[in-house]
Write a protein that binds this ligand. Structure first.
Ligand code: ATP
Ligand code: MG
Ligand code: MG
Ligand code: MG
Length: 440
């Protein structure tokens, strides 16, 4: 992509309304624009990151044996009346009336709808288990939308639902998602710690929140710092083998880690030596629940058992804050100059900077590098604008692409270009050929 053609409205000044660094950087880097309180448009750069995150989430859901579908954003109120949550959800639910005076709502979550679909489609134990997910916009009329996409009103969520014959089988499904979540966040360069959590309005009895430790987080958490050193991606696991999956879950739940509703100060002090106690804030990026028959009973999701009896299906639900993750990753990875994207979610792999567009040799070399990098499958943002070098460097640092390749007439005199690693700041002067060899 040529920077001269790309819609990337970066800003030099820090927007006043943004209280935390990720919000400031997302606005400055031209990733989002607010449309109304807690509702955002995603500009091309931001949307690229959102899609990368979505892709990782999708790959790991698929790997866990979960099947993608798509449910609507607008739901009818009827099912929510049946489940009892139409009143329980309160003012966080955005309620809508259609022209026939029917009560509708913008879905804050989808347990009711998926349970209803299941109830009308599955009859027998032979069809179980089933794991289904979708990635869809949700609306929650949050009391205090803030921190940009971290607490939006409209936000993108991956929500999955499991259907099993009994609680034992349901626990196996739960464990599968648990491991999928560990992998998902680790692939984004995040240390997300699974913490014992309260189930809240979703209901049920077994639940973990996946939390990134950060002072700007809105959850109060308590955990053993040793969790931060746990190696997730190095943990080899066959997701189809419940025993192996269970062992990983046991390993990742041995140390103390709880959200404030579940916190037990006595146990915390007894189990965790003082120097390893983390007591602070965290960002909830995922949440998994097992809630048994809470929805299947009122919504009539029954199946026929092996013995020919009718039994309610056992369910769990599993959320990931896809749009919140964009902010969460920036909170975890930035410096004074801007964002530092982990390669897996970066909007482009590399920024190519032409230091002097009116210099023929410089531009020819840049064009050559641009096409060779693209041929090698790299996604390149080529800054071909007639701008000051300082402004180009500042912009490139701000948007945080993993690599910067700078080509200018001075270096070219000795046949050299500069390659900079955004995360480490390390710069190398080398020939274009060696730079390309290193990158591709
Ligand atoms: P929170 O405690 O932050 O209000 P929640 O517990 O209400 O979140 P869940 O119902 O567990 O949220 O939804 C699943 C995931 O959706 C959360 O773990 C979070 O990552 C994301 N999420 C929830 N509310 C928002 C929001 N207002 N903006 C962005 N993401 C959100
Ligand atoms: Mg909430
Ligand atoms: Mg919560
Ligand atoms: Mg939650």
């Amino acid at each position: 992509m040529r920077r001269s053609a790309f819609f990337l409205p970066t800003m030099k000044d820090t927007p006043k309304e943004a209280e935390i660094v990720s919000h400031r950087l997302m606005l400055r880097a031209g990733m989002i624009r607010q449309s109304s309180a807690g509702v955002y448009s995603w500009l091309p750069l931001g949307y690229r990151v959102l899609r990368k995150i979505e892709d990782i989430v999708r790959e790991e859901q698929d790997r866990a044996g979960c099947q993608e579908m798509l449910m609507p954003t607008i739901q009818s109120a009827d099912l929510w009346v049946k489940s009892g949550r139409y009143d329980d959800y309160g003012p966080e639910m955005l309620r809508i009336r259609d022209r026939h005076d029917r009560d509708m709502l913008y879905g804050p979550t989808n347990e009711e709808l998926i349970t209803d679909i299941f109830a009308h489609s599955v009859r027998s134990y032979r069809e179980l288990p089933k794991l289904l997910y979708h990635i869809q916009w949700k609306f929650r009329d949050e009391v205090r939308p803030r921190f940009g996409v971290m607490r939006g009103r409209e936000f993108l969520m991956k929500d999955a639902y499991s259907f099993d014959t009994d609680s034992e089988a349901a626990k196996e499904s739960y464990n599968r998602f648990f491991v999928a979540y560990l992998r998902t966040f680790a692939r984004m360069g995040l240390k997300a710690i699974p913490m014992e959590a309260d189930t809240g309005p979703i209901g049920g009895n077994l639940s973990h929140e996946f939390i990134i430790l950060a002072d700007t987080g809105e959850s109060q958490v308590f955990c053993d710092r040793n969790f931060v050193d746990y190696d997730v991606l190095g943990t080899d696991v066959d997701t189809g083998d419940p025993k192996q999956v269970g062992e990983v879950v046991d390993y990742f739940t041995r140390l103390y880690a709880r959200t404030d509703e579940k916190h037990d100060p006595g146990a915390f002090e007894q189990d965790v030596p003082a120097e390893r106690r983390y007591e602070g804030r965290g960002i909830e990026v995922g949440h998994i629940f097992y809630f048994g028959t809470k929805y299947s009973e009122p919504l009539g999701a029954f199946y026929t058992t092996r013995d020919g009896e009718e039994a309610p299906v056992h369910m769990g639900s599993y959320g990931i804050g896809v749009s919140r993750l964009v902010g969460g990753i920036i909170e975890a990875s930035h410096d004074d100059n801007g964002i530092i994207w982990p390669a897996s979610v970066a909007p482009f792999d590399l920024g190519l900077i032409n230091l002097q567009v009116d210099n023929e040799e410089c531009t020819r070399t840049c064009e050559d590098a641009y096409s060779r990098l693209q041929q090698a499958g790299m996604d390149v943002l080529y800054d071909d604008r007639d701008e000051r070098a300082g402004a180009k460097f500042a912009d490139m640092d701000l948007i945080g692409l993993p690599w910067q390749l700078t080509i200018g007439p001075r270096g070219l005199k000795s046949g050299l270009v500069e390659l900079k690693n955004r995360a480490t700041g390390e710069r190398q002067e080398l020939s274009l050929d060696s730079a390309l060899a290193q990158l591709t």
